[in-house]
Design a protein around this ligand. Structure first.
Ligand SMILES: *Cc1c(COP(=O)(O)O)cnc(C)c1O
Length: 226
């Protein structure tokens, strides 16, 4: 049952926070509902979920009108520039900004629609060929350009860690991104905060929380396998 799975995940989040001496209220659980049908999302909603993550624009467009309006939709998947205008007024946060060109497109469409758009920069910490995202050494330069975009606001960083058998293998990745975020945050750059660290999925969210995640994106652990 989705309700039980959700409660289980929440308990694990609280345990991880306790181990790390953190307040569980600092951690937002995003229920990653990609490929799952509306009734399953409604079940999670009834069990208290309000933050949902999708990796395709079309799925947000299809599901949003069918579900309560107080749901916060998070765009977590690779975003094509020609779809930006469809999603920027529907998602509360775009986690997956992986190029300067995408950020420029968001700025252009946001200006046109008179919107302010909150984003995270996706960082390919593990330098995996198959993954989108900035390499660590590219992030600061991107931030120094995007900070001047009037309609785009950088709220932090996101990473998708490698798929591993033992989540401990990803601890170093999470630690590295946390330290980097602290470093950037300390520079007090105008229009840039590092208040959000979106890291950790079903296999590794507890380790991610121990290392400072403020948003965890859990799909399988709530909705079952895809
Ligand atoms: C699918 C997905 C998740 C959730 O993955 P699970 O392993 O099912 O928890 C998290 N983040 C992103 C970007 C995803 O695409």
């Amino acid at each position: 049952m989705i309700k039980n799975q959700l409660e289980e995940v929440r308990k694990h989040i609280e345990d991880a926070c306790r181990r790390a001496g953190r307040n569980p209220e600092e951690v937002t659980l995003i229920a990653v509902s990609k490929t799952k049908p509306v009734p399953m999302l409604m079940e999670a909603y009834d069990a208290g979920a309000r933050d949902f993550g999708e990796n395709k624009v079309q799925e947000i467009l299809n599901k949003k009108p069918e579900l309560p309006e107080d749901i916060r939709w998070h765009m977590i998947g690779h975003l094509q520039r020609n779809k930006v205008h469809q999603v920027i007024d529907k998602a509360v946060l775009i986690h997956s900004v992986d190029s300067l060109r995408l950020a420029q497109q968001i700025e252009a469409d946001a200006a046109k629609l008179g919107l302010d758009v909150d984003i995270l920069l996706e960082v390919n910490v593990a330098r995996e060929e198959s993954k989108y995202g900035f390499l660590m050494e590219e992030v600061e330069d991107a931030i120094m350009r995007i900070k001047d975009f009037p309609h785009v606001h950088i709220k932090g960083l996101m990473t998708i860690a490698p798929f591993v058998d033992n989540p401990e293998e990803n601890r170093g990745i999470f630690k590295k991104l946390f330290e980097f975020a602290v470093d950037i945050g300390g520079k007090n750059i105008d229009n840039v905060t590092m208040s959000v660290l979106s890291m950790g999925m079903t296999g590794d969210y507890e380790v991610a929380i121990e290392e400072g995640a403020t948003m965890v994106r859990v799909g399988t652990g709530i909705f079952g396998s895809r």
